[in-house]
Write a protein that binds this ligand. Structure first.
Ligand SMILES: Nc1nc2c(c(=O)[nH]1)N[C@H]1C(S)=C(S)[C@@H](COP(=O)(O)OP(=O)(O)OC[C@H]3O[C@@H](n4cnc5c(=O)[nH]c(N)nc54)[C@H](O)[C@@H]3O)O[C@H]1N2
Ligand SMILES: Nc1nc2c(c(=O)[nH]1)N[C@H]1C(S)=C(S)[C@@H](COP(=O)(O)OP(=O)(O)OC[C@H]3O[C@@H](n4cnc5c(=O)[nH]c(N)nc54)[C@H](O)[C@@H]3O)O[C@H]1N2
Ligand code: SF4
Ligand SMILES: [Mo]
Length: 576
């Protein structure tokens, strides 16, 4: 057979390092990456990339990246064979739970999980097997208010309205800096060009941020705001809109409850009253209200700076209310719902996982659970405070909470006193250094990639599957293999041949099923009432034939949701 090892070749994939889903063109020779460029033929990112993409090469080659299980002993870190490490991990976790009860075990899931197909699909098997209420993730130092509001307004914690940036004429950005972050809860490759395009077609980009950020510098208008006062600013905006009779929800009124109540709710918040507190002049608030209402299509969007503040949920709710009252929810150029090829909302909605709330409370401070997890701000005290239910062992998966969560120093101290800690991570760092065992998965270029989460958050419906570029080194394992093996070992009885598809099928096989039953698949079309893609509908084979990805079109109005899987999620709480 002819060998291509010495000829440079091209590989196309989606970057998994942030939410933007940029298409990459990677030139490689043998096992060496020679260049990484933007894939001009990717229908979504159209050649855009940022300097971080090159990190994929760095991570692949990094001599510090862990490749085999590590055990911490008095004499330092030692390699361990996989089977022994997996057995030891499951044994230690079971022992702690036997001795102290299920909740003695804490679980923290970090951000890269959301970008990892295998971990998204197989992780839940392991997490459920842990049977602990002490579950935490980066969600509670990030987008939790969005989930909370989505669950109560739209019926499912993942039903986020996404700014239709390519068709809007007025974009109000609160507490987000997409030019630096590349966008969040708004998957939008090349956001700079798309924001510029709003201005070039005569529209406006208005930024509300206490800092003169990169985005603020490029905006049509930037207003400084006193941190934590966005809710008041939004109440004043809504006050102005209701006072000037600009409430025009249009067809949204047919299925939106509470519009009349909003008027009395916002009545006390005249711009003059809030201006001194939030630091934005009454005239500026009035101007924004007027421009927002007069724009042919407008959208308000709030991100990290709005989520991680005392009134985060209220502010995110008010942002949706603003979009609804002005008729900008579910309309082109406003805030729209996506229809990705794998309908995670529909599938999880069927299982009833729409976003639970308050089923249990944290032991020490009594904070409520949401979506099966507690706020990570209570993690350290749950480890440090003695008593029944105290956390004695931790599992972290792709997370570095000592750096990323509040009062990391306290958590550093807390992790040091655990009886046992398991980390599934590719590095030794501030968090994983406390682990007794580290199980390192393959990552990046050695993994296949499909965005289950970020297609939900995208400003356009597209779909793409990326095969792995490099075969994993011998004796390494993917996250999903580690997670599935752990789940099986956590079972009390020797595992019988499982009927659970998750335990039998590979991530690709599961993905194929989800595509076929999805909105563009041949089996899904009757449920979704959308056009099947192509003659046979979308499936893995189709995606393999289109390495640059496929465009599925802009978002379409869909409320009240017309396709039945989503309806199941939505009817559980259809009140806006
Ligand atoms: N001060 C401050 N704190 C913040 C923020 C901030 O802006 N400022 N931002 C907040 C936000 S938005 C977030 S999302 C959180 C993030 O919080 P975390 O998710 O806890 O932090 P990361 O640094 O993203 O942790 C990533 C971990 O995953 C590992 N990793 C990387 N790739 C893989 C992989 O393929 N598999 C596995 N198993 N592990 C992998 C890395 O080695 C690292 O340990 O931080 C929050 N905290
Ligand atoms: N290079 C790089 N890019 C990243 C990441 C990374 O670690 N590195 N992390 C990714 C992740 S996980 C996320 S979630 C996104 C976050 O993406 P963004 O939310 O777009 O970015 P942030 O920088 O967190 O922007 C928060 C903004 O809120 C402002 N702010 C702070 N307090 C307030 C307030 O009270 N009110 C208002 N209105 N504004 C306020 C801050 O000044 C800041 O400009 O970034 C992603 N992109
Ligand atoms: S913007 Fe995000 S997805 Fe795009 S290349 Fe940079 S890190 Fe990767
Ligand atoms: Mo984040």
């Amino acid at each position: 057979m002819k060998s291509y090892a010495n000829i440079p070749q091209l590989h196309y994939r989606t970057c998994n390092l942030c939410e933007a889903m940029c298409g990459l063109e990677i030139e490689y020779q043998s096992r060496e990456v020679r260049s990484i460029r933007g894939d001009a033929e990717d229908p979504f990112s159209r050649g855009h990339l940022c300097p971080k993409a090159y990190g994929l090469k760095d991570i692949f080659e990094d001599p510090d990246r862990l490749k085999s299980p590590q055990k911490r002993t008095a004499s330092g870190w030692h390699d361990l064979p996989w089977e022994e490490a997996l057995e030891e991990a499951a044994f230690a976790l079971q022992n702690i739970q036997k001795k102290y009860g299920g909740n003695a075990l804490g679980l923290y899931l970090g951000n890269p999980n959301a970008h990892n197909l295998g971990a998204m699909l197989m992780g839940p098997l392991f997490y459920r097997s842990l049977k602990t209420q002490n579950r935490f993730s980066a969600t509670s130092v990030d987008q939790l208010p969005h989930h909370f509001v989505a669950r109560y307004m739209f019926g499912h914690q993942l039903l986020f309205p996404i700014p239709d940036i390519d068709r809007t004429q007025y974009m109000l950005i609160l507490g987000g800096n997409p030019l630096a972050s590349n966008g969040s809860l708004m998957t939008v490759p090349d956001v700079g060009r798309r924001l510029r395009a709003i201005q070039e077609r005569g529209g406006q980009v208005v930024v509300i941020d206490p800092r003169r950020t990169e985005t603020a510098q490029k905006a049509s208008v930037h207003h400084f705001i006193r941190p934590g006062t966005d809710a008041l600013f939004l109440l004043a905006l809504l006050h102005e809109i209701t006072a000037t009779h600009c409430v025009r929800p249009g067809r949204l009124a047919d299925f939106t409850e509470g519009i009349e109540e909003i008027k009395s709710l916002v009545a006390p918040y005249a711009p003059e009253r809030v201006a001194g507190i939030c630091g934005i002049a009454p005239e500026a608030i009035r101007q924004i209200a007027r421009d927002f209402c007069e724009a042919p299509a407008a959208v308000a969007y709030g991100r990290m700076g709005v989520s991680t503040q005392a009134f985060g949920a209220l502010a995110q709710w008010l942002i949706n209310v603003l979009n609804i009252l002005t008729g900008n929810l579910d309309r082109p150029g406003g805030a729209m719902f996506t229809l990705p090829a794998v309908d995670v909302v529909g599938l999880t909605g069927l299982r009833g996982a729409v976003g639970s709330h308050g089923r249990w409370k944290s032991r020490v401070r009594g904070l409520p659970e949401f979506g099966g997890e507690l706020p990570v701000s209570v993690l350290a005290e749950e480890i440090l405070t003695p008593g029944e239910g105290q956390i004695r062992a931790m599992v972290t998966v792709a997370g570095n909470p000592v750096l990323s969560t509040p009062n990391g120093r306290q958590l550093d101290k807390a992790f040091a006193q655990l009886d046992f800690m398991l980390a599934i991570d590719i590095y030794r760092n501030e968090t994983t250094r406390h682990a007794h065992l580290i199980l390192p998965p393959t990552t990046g270029l050695e993994n296949e990639h499909f965005d289950l989460v970020f297609n939900y958050l995208a400003v356009r419906n597209t779909v793409k599957y990326s095969p792995r570029l490099f075969e994993p080194e011998e004796n390494t394992r993917a996250d999903w293999q580690i997670l599935r093996a752990l789940a099986q070992k956590m079972k009390p009885a020797p595992a019988k041949k499982s009927k659970e598809p998750l335990e039998r099928l590979s991530p690709e096989a599961l993905l194929d099923l989800a595509l076929r039953f999805g909105p563009y698949g041949s089996k899904g079309a009757p449920y979704y009432k959308t056009q099947a893609w192509g003659k046979e509908g979308l499936k893995m084979h189709t995606l393999r034939q289109h390495p640059h990805g496929l465009d599925l079109g802009p978002c379409s109005p869909c409320c009240p949701i017309a396709f039945s899987l989503k309806t199941i999620a939505l009817t559980s709480s259809p009140k806006f």
